[in-house]
Design a protein around this ligand. Sequence first.
Ligand code: BGC
Length: 569
Amino acid sequence: MRPIRRFASLSMLTGLCAAQLLHAATAGSENDWWKRAVIYEIYPRSFGDANGDGIGDLNGITQHLDYLENLGVDAIWITPFYPSPQVDFGYDISNYEGIDPQFGTMADFDRLVSEAGKHNIRVICDLVLNHTSDQHPWFIESKSSKTNPKTDWYIWHDGKPGGSPPNSPPNNWQSIFGHSAWQYEQPRDQYYYHAFYKQQPDLNWRNDAVKKAMFNSVRFWMKKGVAGFRLDAITSLFEDLALKDEPYLAGMNAYGERNISRLYSDNLPEVHQVLRELRSVTDEFPGRVLIGEAYLPNVGELAKMYGRNNDELQLPMDAQLGFTNKLSVPEFRTKLEDAETKIHGNVPLFVFENHDNPRSIDRYGDGKHNGEIARLLATLLLAPRDAALIYYGEELGMVNNDPKRKEDVQDPIGRIGWPKEKGRDGERTPMQWNADTDAGFSTARKPWVAVGPDYKTVNVSAEQRRPNSLFNYYKTLIHLRKSNPQLRDGDFAAVDKSNSSVLSFIRKTTDGKAVLVALNFTDAPQTVSYDLGKQAKLILASYSGASGNTDLAHLTLPAYGSYIGQIEP
Ligand code: BGC
């Protein structure tokens, strides 16, 4: 098991195409498509390389739409593909309304949206509001003097007078990626603030001109037919105006510095006003969704992201559940119940993997039952009442392939923090399509990052052929949550609540019909007895040999087994 990285907010330390539009206009509830959606995250560098240069691209996504439709995904979220110096692999944007040539052209993007629509797949873009690249024309202008028209577009402050050395950074704030969060610029004789790399200066969200410019870019993409946005690092938008020093916490970080809280630079109340304004912009276009990257300390803070009047994010990510990183029944039960009862009836968005954290098997696997545990996690993701996020390759059981030598590291944090922090290359390896060279990802001699060594057996082509593969388990679950009325529309209630080995819940519709989901969190068989009815009819089991009709007084689950059955009164 590897520790969680979760750097993005470190609270741990403290276009619809024409066809889709027509559909949306004719069916009101279509605007709520996201409520039960399966959203598939694509890291474009690593999904499909259509032009053979070793880096994935937009055409490489278009080529694989059949695969995504067959798996059953409703939408893809593509991480940034805009023009960028690529210091943070696209999260440092130098033009919010273009396409980086390494990913393709605007025509490729338009074709992707329109082809995806034909496969009933919506396209969600990543929106980085917190910062731009230091090569963005706004920043180049802003840093040039104290009097230029963009002077207040970023967070500029004088150094600390009388500090030692004189003119030292304004305070002790640390970048999430290590070292001081302040960078000195000679032309202004001032420091600018960067929550992430120094090449990612933070925008000043107290400046209305910034807001206006960004909201116009939001409209630009919505007019192109995108179905919504995943808001990057959204809790980082504001910093305390008084620049108070942050309190230090126990221990040291991977960069050799004292851990520090982010009380004054993360999750400030002003974020909510921006979210409300942004929501009113996206509401100009029906059926669009706002997803938030939000690593929050508790469910109360998560609930606030939906807005008091449901006027902020539709789907803030619930990082409470998937990043528990410990197979503990009481913890998962509490978090699932919290998501049902403490977010005011809104839809939770569950997620176990993304491009910033080690793959789930690296965090939850025990080395001996990894296949069974991967199915357990799939069931936890897809059987509750939620919208679900899948990270490319999660459905295959792809694992981390971390660099072995510092000189091989691509992600700058892996070089700054080596060897404690190896960076995020390991969870961003090429999608494993088949057993050919480069796993069928690219025809280049060398892909931008090494392919996982298990690609000969863990790949789409092999798993599609194997009826009991993890891929087929995901696919069946996804299709079930669309076709079984209880898994689709039912509410959620935990049952057998004192059991600390088996997590059980039912999904029940208003007609009284219910489905039982039971998950064995241990490495030994467990027998459970329910007082829910006489028997259950098997819908899906993660193990072989499950009986068609199960006596509810006596359900035996093998190690890490998942069972789903229709309760018969
Ligand atoms: C993204 C990261 C990125 C950071 C800075 C995060 O939340 O997911 O990949 O490095 O924001 O933009």
